[in-house]
Design a protein around this ligand. Structure first.
Ligand SMILES: [Zn+2]
Length: 137
């Protein structure tokens, strides 16, 4: 079925309804191995738009969708939320950026995050523990 791109009043619906993003392109979420996979969750993309808006800084996605082969190559967990398109890693260049992104993610309701030297991982996998923030050693 073809998606409606405008409502009856002629207004563009929010990204959460039509799967498009204000800030991100589909390419941003494609598997980095070159296989072409992009199974990113439209719900996650809508949440990332809100995180971007709230944080007030440009966000660069370093990892979105991952095929099993690529996930293994980068040392991802065997049940990583990247495999199901429910996770994205955001590049972090300073402690201030890490603060802004983490604060924004929590503010918009993200309840699973991983913190690293140069990334913040956000995921919405509801089959996993909630209200957790782990570290990448
Ligand atoms: Zn791949």
């Amino acid at each position: 079925m073809k998606e409606k791109t405008t409502s009856a009043t002629g207004q563009t619906p929010p990204a959460s309804q039509n799967g498009t993003s204000k800030y991100f392109k589909p390419e941003d979420f494609r598997c980095r191995c070159g296989c072409g996979l992009n199974n990113i969750s439209p719900e996650l993309v809508a949440i990332l738009d809100k995180v971007r808006e709230t944080a007030g800084i440009a966000l660069r996605i370093t990892s979105g969708s991952r095929c099993a082969k690529h996930n293994e190559a980068v040392g991802g967990e065997s049940d990583s939320a990247h495999l199901t398109g429910l996770a994205a890693d955001i590049a972090i260049a300073s402690s201030h950026e890490r603060y802004l992104v983490s604060k924004a993610a929590i503010a918009v309701g993200v309840d699973r995050m991983g913190i690293g030297i140069n990334l913040v991982h956000l995921d919405i996998d509801r089959d996993k523990s909630k209200e957790v923030a782990w570290l990448y050693a």
